[in-house]
Design a protein around this ligand. Sequence first.
Ligand SMILES: *Cc1c(COP(=O)(O)O)cnc(C)c1O
Length: 376
Amino acid sequence: MNKIWLSSPHMGGQEIKYVQEAFDTNWIAPLGPNVDNFERDLCQYTGAGHAAALSSGTAALHLALVLLGVSAGDVVLCQSFTFSASANPIVYQGATPVFIDSETDTWNMCPDALETAIRHYVAKGKKPKAIIAVHLYGMPAQMKAIVALSELYDIPVIEDAAEGLGASYFGQKLGTFGTLNVLSFNGNKIITTSGGGALLSNHGAFVEKSRFLATQARDPAPHYQHSHIGYNYRMSNVCAGIGRGQMEVLDERVAQRRANFAFYAHQFADFEGVTFQPEAEGSFSNRWLSCVLIDPLRTNHRTREDVRLALEQQNIESRPLWKPMHLQPIFEDTPYFGGKVSEKLFENGLCLPSGSNLTNEDRARTSAAFKSCFEI
Ligand SMILES: *Cc1c(COP(=O)(O)O)cnc(C)c1O
């Protein structure tokens, strides 16, 4: 039995053409025409004003914090229910992450808990420096409410759209709502450059400065001169070639992932205690990963772990939902605002195989293994 992966790279066919171009012209460096064109493609697709292609989504998040002047002792509010890469760069800067719970409509940052946290820190004279909102599994967060709070309290939003490329919210593409916005092209994401990321913004000066910082912050001089601390965070022209090819199939990839979700939702529609990540009104998810909740109180004690192991036995990869940051050992003593929403999602949630390259056979096998848990 071949292994069915959670989410594996899926080339469209044209990537190699752009990579070949890079080789033919010897543009192997971390700059060149593929990088410029990939950035242009990202802007055209999302509607963002400016984009910088970088070495990873994590690098983009780190530069976003640097650009907003986040430094030692500052407070940054961050969605708790996310991958650790959303939060780690806060610590790189010596700042304190403060984690915010999710709400049940989108599974993303709860605007009420966010406002409670903002007020708490404003009252202490310690206004947070930034809000990191995440679109988990490609599902848009409640950006209207989050942006409204950002404007009310004058705290910039960093959109972690690492999982959200191709999704939209009231007709506007994700990656365009924050002051600074982050994409990832890691191997498991909806499109990939093998490894890579991007910083998007409507503020050209921010993106310009991110390019400067990402290439070791060299002052304009014939020798190497530095007035800032720099980073080596730029995307290579070879990887950007993969990205250009992937952009040509992005909408197709979104459709394929949404079809996976529709398949599972249909297959398990009548299963008591099995529910899915909801798509709120105005939201168009890219369904990067298809996520189910298995409530043991309604499934005669079947748990998500039972399902995960049953799939594993059939050589099918699945994974629990992200473990919230406030429950991670490394963030044990970190402040947290909210209740038990994300904790509950982690307890009961499972990501099913979701690659855009799944065959009908793969999906049928997954569905059969899933259903086998619920027999008798
Ligand atoms: C993948 C991911 C990142 C990090 O992106 P990399 O390109 O892997 O560094 C950040 N945030 C979220 C939510 C992610 O899923």
